[in-house]
Design a protein around this ligand. Sequence first.
Ligand SMILES: NC(=O)c1ccc[n+]([C@@H]2O[C@H](COP(=O)([O-])OP(=O)(O)OC[C@H]3O[C@@H](n4cnc5c(N)ncnc54)[C@H](O)[C@@H]3O)[C@@H](O)[C@H]2O)c1
Length: 346
Amino acid sequence: MRACRVGLVGAGGVAQRHARVLSGFEDVALVGVTDVARDAAAALAEAYGGRAFADVDGLLAAGVDAVYVCVPPFAHGPVEEAVIAAGVPMFVEKPVALDLETAERIAGLVERRGLLTGVGHHWRYLHMVDQARQLLAGRPVRMVNGAWLDKVPPVAWWARRDSSGGPVVEQAAHVLDLVRLLAGEVTEVTAYGDGTPPPVPDADIDSVTAATLRFASGAVGTLAAACVLGWKHRAGLEILADGLALSLAEDGLTVCDGAGERHLPADPDGARVAVDRAFVDAVRGVGDDVRVRYAEALRTHRLALAVAESARTGRPVALPTGPAARLTAAVADAAPAEPAGVALDA
Ligand SMILES: NC(=O)c1ccc[n+]([C@@H]2O[C@H](COP(=O)([O-])OP(=O)(O)OC[C@H]3O[C@@H](n4cnc5c(N)ncnc54)[C@H](O)[C@@H]3O)[C@@H](O)[C@H]2O)c1
């Protein structure tokens, strides 16, 4: 069996996690890693195998079957363009970009090339999400309340709006992705930020954001994001349907209905392995369980950016629906159908 040759771009926290998971797969060979911080690339190659490359072109020239793009939000764009030009399947960490223009440009290139992609919304691999979908089958969602209440993560770029996009785009995107999966598309958002940065150096993001969401189905919802705590307080969402209340958090699903309350534990580490396993299987052509491709992540990114824009301007922001929600009109006209595979669209 020929190993699947994987390269990484970015050697920080999330790249180390992927390298650890991938190096545990018998059918994967880590070719190497490149990072603008050469020491970081060298350290990751030393720890998990492969070589440190000076740049993306060097990594691609070494011959890879897939590339993991694990750079901060501000660095997306040129990396993906190089990988797409080489025709190599790519896994991109969320958020897929800082802005919408970059994400739509990359989505268009991916579509034109018919390239296999995956995005790091690994929550979709939590078994409890499947359980929630089963419980909600035939029961319209009436209300969704999402929250990500946390600290400022210890990476230098995080507290700057022009580097991370802010907490909703950078962090609460995981929750917004599940909101879309379980309750359908959002058509309009109104959000407020407190206009006060968290107490870390050079911060210019809001400490807290509160948003209201209107769904195409008629459901309504909220999103709360905060980065003023010294710990991760809560990340998840509550869903109300007729006679049913679901509470999803990283540690599990709590179900309340007429029969009482029960808790179904989750396995977040398992989901982090499953997202890589599914992508590698798809690259090898032996599986089709990539649950969030680039085009799907673009929809979640668009929603997160709408919340951020509304908080910045103080005005409601409408989201495109129908075919326009896939890509920009210009790209959608030129693009062929999405590549085959299972996308768990809501
Ligand atoms: N899916 C998840 O659960 C999850 C978890 C953690 C982080 N992330 C996401 O992964 C991304 C990276 O987060 P992180 O914690 O690894 O950040 P990090 O700062 O620890 O690492 C990012 C690395 O990218 C490198 N880099 C920056 N620009 C580059 C470029 N142009 N080319 C090559 N390397 C470049 C940096 O030098 C750094 O080593 C973020 O968008 C974050 O949201 C996702």
